[in-house]
Design a protein around this ligand. Structure first.
Ligand code: PEP
Ligand code: MN
Length: 360
Protein backbone atom coordinates (compact mmCIF):
# COMPACT_ATOMS: atom_id res chain seq x y z
CA UNK A 1 0.00 0.00 0.00
CA UNK A 2 1.49 3.29 -1.03
CA UNK A 3 1.07 6.18 1.30
CA UNK A 4 -0.91 8.45 -0.98
CA UNK A 5 -2.41 11.76 0.09
CA UNK A 6 -5.76 10.57 -1.33
CA UNK A 7 -6.07 8.35 1.73
CA UNK A 8 -7.05 11.45 3.66
CA UNK A 9 -9.35 13.00 1.09
CA UNK A 10 -12.63 11.73 2.51
CA UNK A 11 -11.72 13.10 5.93
CA UNK A 12 -10.43 16.45 4.64
CA UNK A 13 -13.57 16.82 2.53
CA UNK A 14 -15.66 16.85 5.71
CA UNK A 15 -13.91 20.14 6.58
CA UNK A 16 -14.36 19.62 10.29
CA UNK A 17 -12.85 22.03 12.76
CA UNK A 18 -12.78 19.30 15.40
CA UNK A 19 -11.91 15.59 15.40
CA UNK A 20 -14.26 13.32 13.50
CA UNK A 21 -16.86 11.88 15.88
CA UNK A 22 -18.68 8.62 15.22
CA UNK A 23 -21.24 7.93 17.94
CA UNK A 24 -24.33 5.89 18.63
CA UNK A 25 -25.22 2.73 20.52
CA UNK A 26 -23.14 -0.42 20.60
CA UNK A 27 -26.22 -2.24 19.25
CA UNK A 28 -29.39 -1.15 17.54
CA UNK A 29 -32.03 -2.57 19.90
CA UNK A 30 -35.38 -1.18 18.76
CA UNK A 31 -36.45 1.39 16.19
CA UNK A 32 -37.47 3.78 18.99
CA UNK A 33 -34.10 3.41 20.76
CA UNK A 34 -32.14 4.08 17.56
CA UNK A 35 -34.19 7.15 16.64
CA UNK A 36 -34.24 8.60 20.13
CA UNK A 37 -30.44 8.43 20.42
CA UNK A 38 -30.02 9.79 16.89
CA UNK A 39 -32.22 12.80 17.58
CA UNK A 40 -30.28 13.52 20.76
CA UNK A 41 -27.04 13.46 18.78
CA UNK A 42 -28.33 15.43 15.84
CA UNK A 43 -27.06 18.90 16.79
CA UNK A 44 -23.70 17.85 18.21
CA UNK A 45 -20.24 17.29 16.70
CA UNK A 46 -21.28 13.80 15.61
CA UNK A 47 -20.86 13.28 11.85
CA UNK A 48 -21.56 9.56 11.66
CA UNK A 49 -24.21 7.71 13.62
CA UNK A 50 -23.09 4.20 14.50
CA UNK A 51 -25.15 1.17 15.52
CA UNK A 52 -24.17 -2.49 15.37
CA UNK A 53 -26.84 -4.69 13.85
CA UNK A 54 -24.84 -7.89 13.48
CA UNK A 55 -23.09 -8.30 16.82
CA UNK A 56 -20.05 -10.55 17.17
CA UNK A 57 -20.51 -11.90 20.71
CA UNK A 58 -17.77 -13.86 22.41
CA UNK A 59 -20.15 -16.52 23.76
CA UNK A 60 -23.39 -17.75 22.17
CA UNK A 61 -26.73 -17.12 23.79
CA UNK A 62 -26.33 -13.35 24.11
CA UNK A 63 -28.04 -10.65 22.06
CA UNK A 64 -26.62 -11.05 18.58
CA UNK A 65 -28.14 -7.98 16.97
CA UNK A 66 -31.41 -7.24 15.20
CA UNK A 67 -29.98 -8.03 11.77
CA UNK A 68 -30.97 -6.48 8.45
CA UNK A 69 -34.11 -4.96 9.95
CA UNK A 70 -31.88 -2.41 11.67
CA UNK A 71 -30.73 -1.05 8.30
CA UNK A 72 -34.19 0.43 7.78
CA UNK A 73 -33.90 2.18 11.15
CA UNK A 74 -30.50 3.60 10.15
CA UNK A 75 -32.02 4.88 6.90
CA UNK A 76 -34.64 6.70 8.95
CA UNK A 77 -31.83 8.22 11.05
CA UNK A 78 -30.23 9.59 7.90
CA UNK A 79 -33.50 10.94 6.53
CA UNK A 80 -34.62 12.55 9.80
CA UNK A 81 -31.35 13.90 11.20
CA UNK A 82 -29.01 14.35 8.24
CA UNK A 83 -26.28 12.41 10.04
CA UNK A 84 -24.44 9.86 7.96
CA UNK A 85 -24.77 6.23 9.07
CA UNK A 86 -22.26 3.55 10.03
CA UNK A 87 -22.35 -0.13 10.88
CA UNK A 88 -20.09 -3.17 11.21
CA UNK A 89 -19.97 -5.73 8.42
CA UNK A 90 -18.52 -9.20 8.91
CA UNK A 91 -19.16 -11.01 5.64
CA UNK A 92 -20.16 -10.52 1.99
CA UNK A 93 -23.89 -10.83 2.74
CA UNK A 94 -23.65 -8.00 5.30
CA UNK A 95 -21.80 -5.85 2.76
CA UNK A 96 -24.45 -6.43 0.11
CA UNK A 97 -27.27 -5.46 2.46
CA UNK A 98 -25.40 -2.44 3.85
CA UNK A 99 -24.69 -1.13 0.34
CA UNK A 100 -28.29 -1.69 -0.72
CA UNK A 101 -29.36 0.45 2.25
CA UNK A 102 -26.83 3.15 1.45
CA UNK A 103 -24.80 2.86 4.65
CA UNK A 104 -22.11 5.58 4.40
CA UNK A 105 -19.39 4.09 6.56
CA UNK A 106 -18.71 0.39 7.04
CA UNK A 107 -16.24 -0.91 9.56
CA UNK A 108 -14.58 -4.27 9.94
CA UNK A 109 -14.63 -5.48 13.55
CA UNK A 110 -11.66 -6.65 15.57
CA UNK A 111 -12.75 -10.27 15.40
CA UNK A 112 -12.95 -10.12 11.61
CA UNK A 113 -9.63 -8.35 11.01
CA UNK A 114 -7.83 -11.39 12.41
CA UNK A 115 -9.09 -13.52 9.51
CA UNK A 116 -7.52 -12.86 6.10
CA UNK A 117 -10.24 -15.01 4.47
CA UNK A 118 -13.04 -12.90 5.92
CA UNK A 119 -11.23 -9.64 5.15
CA UNK A 120 -10.71 -10.78 1.55
CA UNK A 121 -14.36 -11.76 1.23
CA UNK A 122 -15.39 -8.31 2.50
CA UNK A 123 -12.88 -6.56 0.23
CA UNK A 124 -14.20 -8.47 -2.81
CA UNK A 125 -17.78 -7.58 -1.92
CA UNK A 126 -16.82 -3.91 -1.55
CA UNK A 127 -14.68 -3.74 -4.71
CA UNK A 128 -14.48 -0.18 -6.05
CA UNK A 129 -16.90 1.31 -3.52
CA UNK A 130 -16.74 5.00 -2.67
CA UNK A 131 -18.12 4.33 0.80
CA UNK A 132 -15.82 4.88 3.76
CA UNK A 133 -14.31 1.66 5.07
CA UNK A 134 -12.54 1.56 8.43
CA UNK A 135 -10.56 -1.38 9.73
CA UNK A 136 -10.48 -2.02 13.45
CA UNK A 137 -7.25 -3.45 14.78
CA UNK A 138 -7.24 -7.23 15.20
CA UNK A 139 -7.84 -8.43 18.78
CA UNK A 140 -4.17 -9.44 19.02
CA UNK A 141 -1.41 -6.82 18.84
CA UNK A 142 -0.19 -7.67 15.34
CA UNK A 143 0.53 -4.60 13.21
CA UNK A 144 1.18 -6.65 10.06
CA UNK A 145 -2.23 -8.33 10.31
CA UNK A 146 -3.92 -4.94 10.74
CA UNK A 147 -2.07 -3.42 7.79
CA UNK A 148 -2.63 -6.56 5.75
CA UNK A 149 -6.37 -6.02 6.04
CA UNK A 150 -6.00 -2.40 4.89
CA UNK A 151 -3.89 -3.60 1.95
CA UNK A 152 -6.55 -6.09 0.90
CA UNK A 153 -9.11 -3.27 0.80
CA UNK A 154 -6.74 -0.92 -1.03
CA UNK A 155 -6.12 -3.65 -3.62
CA UNK A 156 -9.88 -3.89 -4.17
CA UNK A 157 -9.85 -0.23 -5.27
CA UNK A 158 -11.42 1.08 -2.13
CA UNK A 159 -10.12 4.61 -1.73
CA UNK A 160 -11.83 6.00 1.32
CA UNK A 161 -9.98 4.04 3.94
CA UNK A 162 -9.02 4.44 7.55
CA UNK A 163 -8.32 2.47 10.71
CA UNK A 164 -9.84 2.27 14.17
CA UNK A 165 -7.66 1.61 17.20
CA UNK A 166 -9.83 -0.26 19.74
CA UNK A 167 -7.14 -1.82 21.88
CA UNK A 168 -5.85 -5.36 22.22
CA UNK A 169 -7.04 -8.34 24.17
CA UNK A 170 -4.74 -9.70 26.89
CA UNK A 171 -4.80 -12.77 29.10
CA UNK A 172 -3.81 -10.76 32.16
CA UNK A 173 -6.54 -8.52 33.54
CA UNK A 174 -5.54 -4.86 33.37
CA UNK A 175 -7.41 -1.65 34.07
CA UNK A 176 -8.42 -1.67 30.41
CA UNK A 177 -10.88 -3.98 28.70
CA UNK A 178 -8.49 -3.98 25.73
CA UNK A 179 -5.07 -2.46 26.37
CA UNK A 180 -4.24 0.41 24.04
CA UNK A 181 -0.61 -0.55 23.26
CA UNK A 182 -0.21 3.01 21.99
CA UNK A 183 3.21 2.13 20.63
CA UNK A 184 1.60 0.06 17.90
CA UNK A 185 -0.72 2.87 16.83
CA UNK A 186 2.22 5.29 16.85
CA UNK A 187 4.17 2.91 14.63
CA UNK A 188 1.25 2.63 12.23
CA UNK A 189 0.95 6.42 12.08
CA UNK A 190 4.63 6.86 11.35
CA UNK A 191 4.47 4.27 8.55
CA UNK A 192 1.27 5.69 7.03
CA UNK A 193 0.89 9.29 8.20
CA UNK A 194 -1.92 9.94 5.72
CA UNK A 195 -4.09 7.00 6.72
CA UNK A 196 -6.84 8.42 8.96
CA UNK A 197 -6.82 6.84 12.40
CA UNK A 198 -9.79 6.91 14.74
CA UNK A 199 -9.66 5.96 18.40
CA UNK A 200 -12.36 3.85 20.05
CA UNK A 201 -12.04 4.63 23.77
CA UNK A 202 -15.24 2.67 24.51
CA UNK A 203 -13.80 -0.73 23.65
CA UNK A 204 -10.34 0.18 24.99
CA UNK A 205 -11.61 1.10 28.44
CA UNK A 206 -14.78 -0.92 28.85
CA UNK A 207 -15.71 1.70 31.45
CA UNK A 208 -17.37 5.03 30.77
CA UNK A 209 -15.37 6.86 33.48
CA UNK A 210 -12.12 6.23 31.65
CA UNK A 211 -13.29 7.39 28.22
CA UNK A 212 -12.28 11.01 28.61
CA UNK A 213 -8.65 10.28 29.52
CA UNK A 214 -8.12 7.79 26.72
CA UNK A 215 -9.72 10.20 24.24
CA UNK A 216 -7.39 12.98 25.35
CA UNK A 217 -4.34 10.76 24.96
CA UNK A 218 -5.53 9.79 21.48
CA UNK A 219 -5.94 13.43 20.44
CA UNK A 220 -2.52 14.29 21.90
CA UNK A 221 -1.12 11.49 19.75
CA UNK A 222 -2.68 13.13 16.67
CA UNK A 223 -5.56 10.72 16.14
CA UNK A 224 -8.07 12.08 13.62
CA UNK A 225 -11.24 11.13 15.41
CA UNK A 226 -13.16 9.20 18.04
CA UNK A 227 -15.76 6.46 17.96
CA UNK A 228 -17.74 6.58 21.20
CA UNK A 229 -20.63 4.29 22.08
CA UNK A 230 -23.61 6.38 23.14
CA UNK A 231 -27.00 5.37 24.54
CA UNK A 232 -29.74 7.33 26.32
CA UNK A 233 -29.94 4.60 28.97
CA UNK A 234 -26.44 3.08 29.09
CA UNK A 235 -27.04 0.93 32.18
CA UNK A 236 -29.79 -0.96 30.42
CA UNK A 237 -28.12 -1.32 27.04
CA UNK A 238 -28.41 -4.81 25.56
CA UNK A 239 -24.64 -4.97 24.97
CA UNK A 240 -21.57 -3.18 26.38
CA UNK A 241 -23.63 -1.44 29.09
CA UNK A 242 -20.63 -0.45 31.27
CA UNK A 243 -18.86 1.51 28.56
CA UNK A 244 -21.64 3.53 26.92
CA UNK A 245 -22.21 7.19 27.73
CA UNK A 246 -25.31 9.35 27.36
CA UNK A 247 -25.49 11.90 24.53
CA UNK A 248 -25.21 14.57 27.21
CA UNK A 249 -21.96 13.11 28.55
CA UNK A 250 -20.63 12.79 25.02
CA UNK A 251 -21.21 16.50 24.43
CA UNK A 252 -19.45 17.28 27.71
CA UNK A 253 -16.50 15.07 26.78
CA UNK A 254 -16.14 16.87 23.47
CA UNK A 255 -16.28 20.22 25.26
CA UNK A 256 -13.64 19.25 27.82
CA UNK A 257 -11.17 17.68 25.40
CA UNK A 258 -8.23 19.83 24.47
CA UNK A 259 -8.36 19.82 20.73
CA UNK A 260 -5.12 20.95 19.27
CA UNK A 261 -5.49 22.76 15.99
CA UNK A 262 -2.79 23.61 13.53
CA UNK A 263 -3.15 27.25 12.62
CA UNK A 264 -0.07 29.41 13.11
CA UNK A 265 3.52 28.53 13.84
CA UNK A 266 3.02 28.92 17.61
CA UNK A 267 0.17 26.39 17.45
CA UNK A 268 2.29 24.10 15.28
CA UNK A 269 5.03 24.25 17.84
CA UNK A 270 2.60 23.47 20.68
CA UNK A 271 1.02 20.61 18.73
CA UNK A 272 4.40 19.09 18.01
CA UNK A 273 5.44 19.48 21.61
CA UNK A 274 2.22 17.96 22.97
CA UNK A 275 2.49 15.10 20.54
CA UNK A 276 6.03 14.33 21.66
CA UNK A 277 5.05 14.66 25.32
CA UNK A 278 2.21 12.21 24.81
CA UNK A 279 4.71 9.76 23.33
CA UNK A 280 6.98 10.25 26.35
CA UNK A 281 4.02 9.59 28.66
CA UNK A 282 3.30 6.33 26.87
CA UNK A 283 6.93 5.23 27.23
CA UNK A 284 7.15 6.34 30.89
CA UNK A 285 4.11 4.24 31.69
CA UNK A 286 5.73 1.27 29.97
CA UNK A 287 8.92 1.80 32.02
CA UNK A 288 6.93 1.78 35.28
CA UNK A 289 4.99 -1.28 34.21
CA UNK A 290 8.21 -3.12 33.33
CA UNK A 291 9.88 -2.13 36.60
CA UNK A 292 6.80 -3.39 38.46
CA UNK A 293 7.08 -6.70 36.60
CA UNK A 294 10.81 -6.87 37.39
CA UNK A 295 10.05 -6.51 41.10
CA UNK A 296 7.47 -9.30 40.97
CA UNK A 297 10.23 -11.58 39.59
CA UNK A 298 12.60 -10.29 42.29
CA UNK A 299 10.00 -11.26 44.89
CA UNK A 300 9.92 -14.82 43.54
CA UNK A 301 13.72 -14.96 43.74
CA UNK A 302 13.41 -13.74 47.33
CA UNK A 303 11.05 -16.61 48.10
CA UNK A 304 13.47 -19.13 46.57
CA UNK A 305 16.42 -17.72 48.49
CA UNK A 306 14.45 -17.91 51.67
CA UNK A 307 13.69 -21.58 51.13
CA UNK A 308 17.38 -22.28 50.44
CA UNK A 309 18.45 -19.90 53.17
CA UNK A 310 20.95 -17.98 51.01
CA UNK A 311 21.80 -14.29 51.24
CA UNK A 312 20.08 -11.62 49.22
CA UNK A 313 23.19 -9.97 47.84
CA UNK A 314 25.13 -12.00 45.30
CA UNK A 315 27.90 -9.70 44.08
CA UNK A 316 29.17 -11.87 41.26
CA UNK A 317 25.81 -11.99 39.54
CA UNK A 318 25.28 -8.28 40.11
CA UNK A 319 28.62 -7.32 38.51
CA UNK A 320 27.76 -9.47 35.51
CA UNK A 321 24.45 -7.67 35.07
CA UNK A 322 26.08 -4.25 35.31
CA UNK A 323 28.75 -5.06 32.75
CA UNK A 324 26.18 -6.35 30.27
CA UNK A 325 23.88 -3.39 30.74
CA UNK A 326 26.68 -0.84 30.24
CA UNK A 327 27.42 -2.45 26.84
CA UNK A 328 23.72 -2.65 25.95
CA UNK A 329 23.35 1.01 26.96
CA UNK A 330 26.14 2.04 24.59
CA UNK A 331 24.18 0.53 21.71
CA UNK A 332 21.24 2.77 22.65
CA UNK A 333 23.17 6.00 23.17
CA UNK A 334 23.08 5.83 26.98
CA UNK A 335 26.14 6.83 28.99
CA UNK A 336 27.92 4.45 31.35
CA UNK A 337 27.35 6.89 34.19
CA UNK A 338 23.59 6.88 33.62
CA UNK A 339 23.38 3.10 33.30
CA UNK A 340 25.31 2.59 36.52
CA UNK A 341 23.15 5.05 38.44
CA UNK A 342 19.90 3.66 37.08
CA UNK A 343 20.76 0.02 37.69
CA UNK A 344 22.02 0.73 41.18
CA UNK A 345 18.66 2.26 41.97
CA UNK A 346 16.80 -0.68 40.41
CA UNK A 347 19.03 -3.16 42.20
CA UNK A 348 18.48 -1.41 45.52
CA UNK A 349 14.72 -1.64 45.04
CA UNK A 350 15.06 -5.38 44.27
CA UNK A 351 17.14 -5.90 47.41
CA UNK A 352 14.54 -4.06 49.47
CA UNK A 353 11.83 -6.29 48.04
CA UNK A 354 13.79 -9.48 48.72
CA UNK A 355 14.75 -8.44 52.23
CA UNK A 356 11.15 -7.88 53.06
CA UNK A 357 10.47 -11.46 51.99
CA UNK A 358 13.46 -12.93 53.85
CA UNK A 359 12.46 -11.14 57.03
CA UNK A 360 8.92 -12.50 56.90
C1 PEP B 1 -18.40 -2.63 18.31
O1 PEP B 1 -17.92 -1.63 17.77
O2 PEP B 1 -19.49 -2.64 18.91
C2 PEP B 1 -17.59 -3.87 18.33
C3 PEP B 1 -18.14 -5.07 18.38
O3 PEP B 1 -16.30 -3.59 18.35
P1 PEP B 1 -14.98 -4.50 18.30
O4 PEP B 1 -14.97 -5.14 16.94
O5 PEP B 1 -13.93 -3.46 18.48
O6 PEP B 1 -15.05 -5.47 19.44
MN1 MN C 1 -19.66 -2.51 21.56
Amino acid sequence: MENKKELRTWLDDLKLNHPLVVAGPCSAETEEQVLKIAHELKDTDVSYFRAGIWKPRTRPGMFEGVGALGLKWLQRVKAETGMKIATEVANAAHVKLALEHDVDLLWIGARSTVSPFIVQEIADALEGTDKIVLVKNPVNPDLALWLGAVERLASANIKNLGVIHRGFSTYEKTKYRNTPEWQLAIELQSKFPDLPIINDPSHITGKRDMIFDVSQTALDLNFDGLMIETHYDPENAWSDAAQQVTPETLVQIMKDLKIRKESDSEADYNDALNNLRAKIDVIDNQIIELLGKRMVVADSIGTLKRQKNVSVLQSKRWNEILGKMVLEGQDHGLSEEFILKMFKAIHQESINHQEKILKK
